[in-house]
Design a protein around this ligand. Structure first.
Ligand code: NAD
Length: 330
């Protein structure tokens, strides 16, 4: 089966090729992002494989369907980039990789918290320049602090477990209460109460129409002065302009982002030799108390291997006409 793989980086190619050794899969490795213009590159492919910033809107899906594509496999857990109604109408099956490594994202999330709290980003540069002063590096103990986790699915649950280990008070908000977490001491509370009580707010819910700009001016106004906000979920959960205003007022004390609402034109590419045109993003990078990583939370060898294994498994199931795993429906 011919599979057109978009947004492919050398590390994706390596893991997918290794997972398909000896299998009847003919990969077409494509560096461009999938959108309505690049969809034509999937010619003669029966399946398409893509990632978080590929655009699978109705027009793109219609073009893929016209080319004979029948299956879309996502190399990620999130599926907010897919118009699922259009996919259903066109008879395109869509699969994702729901649980490749919740540990990877959860551990990166806690890494951002520690980096911001203990100013490790500043300390690293300072020591290399021969400046061993501690002025400006004062942090706080995570032990005893209150952390609010929005979304206790696979990743949020793991973040809660790690932070319980640090001795934090863990609050959570999720439409479904996780009884096992509750039994371990996590308190499920209404969202506004979480915002008002937490010293650290971390986002782990999906991006949907209902959660877009979940953290905007109103939510920020409820949060404690000096709050730490961490988002490793999806950029659209946070109204970046509102957060910048809150950072300027000193209301947000620390901001850790692995995702950004307009990341599609920036992340996963080397822009070091060019001028960044996104002024909002550039402003974020000027704050001493902001750390941005470029959607790397998932990026561990364990996660890449698991993504490749699940992707190849679904391609083979599809080829055999067997029921698919982790199919996403409207
Ligand atoms: P999941 O589906 O296992 O869990 C999501 C949880 O959010 C569920 O428990 C759900 O009930 C809850 N939820 C839904 N709406 C909510 C709301 N309005 N308020 C609070 N909770 C709500 O998903 P997951 O695997 O834990 O992934 C979480 C997020 O992390 C996803 O958005 C995914 O796209 C993102 N992610 C990011 C990276 C990265 O590299 N940065 C990697 C993987 C996943």
């Amino acid at each position: 089966m011919r599979v057109a793989a978009f947004s492919i980086k050398p590390y994706d190619r390596e893991s997918l090729a290794a997972a398909s050794v000896g299998l009847p899969l003919e990969w077409v490795w494509l560096e461009p992002r999938l959108d309505r213009d690049t969809a034509r590159l999937a010619e003669d492919a029966e399946a398409v494989n893509c990632f978080v910033n590929d655009s699978l809107d109705a027009a793109t899906l219609e073009r893929l369907a016209r080319l004979g594509v029948k299956l879309i496999t996502l190399r990620c857990a999130g599926f907010n980039q897919v118009d699922l109604d259009a996919a259903a109408r066109l008879g395109l099956a869509v699969t994702r990789v729901p649980e490749y490594s919740p540990h990877a994202v959860a551990e990166h999330t806690v890494g951002l918290m520690l980096m911001l709290d203990r100013r490790l980003h500043k300390a690293y540069n300072r020591v290399r320049e021969g400046n061993f002063s501690l002025d400006g590096l004062l942090g706080f103990d995570l032990h005893g602090r209150t952390v609010g986790i929005v979304g206790t699915g696979r990743i949020g649950r793991r973040v809660a477990e790690i932070l319980l280990g640090f001795g934090c008070h863990v609050l959570a908000h999720d439409p479904g209460v996780d009884k096992a977490l509750e039994a371990r001491g996590v308190r499920f509370v209404p969202l506004d109460d979480l915002f008002a009580t937490a010293d650290i707010v971390t986002l782990h819910c999906p991006l949907t129409a209902a959660t877009r700009h979940l953290v905007g001016a109103r939510a920020l106004s409820l949060m404690k002065p000096g709050v730490m906000l961490v988002n490793t979920s999806r950029g659209g959960l946070v109204d970046t302009r509102a957060v910048i205003a809150a950072l300027k007022r000193g209301h947000v004390g620390h901001l850790g982002l692995d995702v950004y609402e307009e990341e599609a034109d920036l992340f996963f590419t080397d822009h070091s030799g060019s001028v960044i045109q996104d002024d909002t993003f550039s402003r974020l990078l000027t704050f001493p108390n902001v750390v941005v990583t470029a959607h790397q939370a998932f990026f561990t060898k364990d996660a890449l291997d698991a993504i490749a294994a699940q992707t190849v498994r679904n391609l083979m199931l599809f080829q055999r006409g067997a029921p698919l795993e982790a199919e996403v429906r409207a």
